[in-house]
Design a protein around this ligand. Structure first.
Ligand SMILES: Nc1ncnc2c1ncn2[C@@H]1O[C@H](COP(=O)(O)OP(=O)(O)OP(=O)(O)O)[C@@H](O)[C@H]1O
Ligand SMILES: [Mg+2]
Length: 318
């Protein structure tokens, strides 16, 4: 549905996007994740034809962004990071004005406006001027604006930024719901948000795609080695010594146990997903006379992946 190939963008001498390529399939909810200044908004502005690329191509529903910008725009609902709103207009009036600009047929306009106002929880403020709305409500107007022409594709640039926790939850639920019948590309730097909403994630860092994968396969982890967590009732030193005799275990390290009392020891180690090392550990503990309180695989979280590909220090650019 969206196809981006070697997209490159210079702002004067500053290389903001460096040969960015990715695909978004119809019906997907894709999280576009990256630290500040990574190039998320720049990519979105190019796909939505608000900014020309320096090189590379992008297609939306088979239409090229350079050759057919009108066709592209018609198919996309875009919520930019700074929603440009006419502060002196009333909510309903603004959405009506936007629907007209977006060529929503006159007969359908009222119904569309009612529908998006209801979905974005705006009905009760429809006669309020936008300038008097709180930040969260303005975000909702931006979202309603993106949806008013009933586009197939939604491109949302950090839709939950600046919202209170309750509104964040509501907007996430709405985006997820919209994902059932739309293709969605949503940018964020909030990792749990991606885990809650998205099927796929694209991580961008320093203008380059650092990784893209489905959340399901991310959780499984691509490597055959997985981390285990072990909690045993036994003396830490001795347990450690015995663990080191188990074949196939690497990166063994003690792990503090906060709730166990003195005789409980915690460890993490790595071992092959298949191959029986975990079973061997359990057996060794039991034959040594220590009971196993917990032994579990620790699946990789999106945060682990993010730290691997972007680094712990999040670079922040002006
Ligand atoms: N209009 C502009 N003129 C010059 N440089 C720009 C402009 N817009 C963005 N940049 C630069 O391009 C890079 C990418 O910026 P972009 O806004 O796309 O990042 P982002 O991932 O959306 O970041 P954030 O999470 O802070 O919104 C940054 O280095 C930024 O300083
Ligand atoms: Mg941005």
């Amino acid at each position: 549905m969206i196809s981006v190939k070697n997209l490159t963008k210079y702002y004067a001498d500053n290389l903001a996007l460096d040969r960015v390529s990715f695909e978004v399939e119809a019906g997907d909810i894709v999280g576009f994740l990256g630290p500040n200044g990574a190039g998320k908004s720049t990519t979105m502005k190019i796909i939505t034809c608000f900014l020309p690329p320096s090189a590379g191509r992008a297609k939306v529903a088979e239409y090229d962004i350079i050759d057919s910008p009108m066709e592209v725009r018609r198919r996309i609902g875009y919520m930019p990071e700074n929603v440009p709103l006419y502060t002196e207009m009333r909510v309903r009036e603004y959405l009506s004005f936007r629907a007209k600009i977006k060529d929503v047929p006159r007969k359908e306009r009222t119904a569309r406006i009612e529908q998006v106002m209801s979905r974005c929880w705006l009905t009760h403020v429809q006669r309020q001027t936008i300038g008097t709305l709180s930040k969260g409500y303005r975000q909702r107007v931006g979202l309603a604006d993106a949806m008013v022409s009933d586009p197939e594709i939604l491109i949302l640039d950090e839709p939950t930024i600046g919202l209170d926790p309750n509104q964040v939850r509501q907007v996430r639920e709405l985006v997820k719901e919209l994902g059932q019948d739309h293709t969605v590309l949503v940018s964020t730097h909030i990792l749990p948000e991606v885990e809650m909403i998205c099927d796929r994630v694209i991580i961008i860092n320093n203008g380059r795609i650092a990784m893209q994968d489905s959340l399901a396969s991310l959780r499984k982890g691509s490597s055959k080695h997985v981390e285990y967590y072990l909690e045993v009732k036994g003396p830490a030193d001795e347990v450690d010594r015995v663990l080191r005799t188990v074949e196939g275990i690497t990166e063994l390290s003690a792990h503090p146990v906060h709730h166990g009392g003195d005789d409980v020891a915690g460890f993490t180690f790595k071992a092959a997903r298949e191959g029986g090392a975990a079973e061997a550990v359990a057996a060794k503990m039991v034959t040594s006379g220590w009971s196993v309180r917990e032994l579990r695989r620790r699946e990789r979280t999106l945060e682990d992946v993010f730290v691997e590909v972007v680094g712990r220090e999040l670079p922040v650019s002006a």
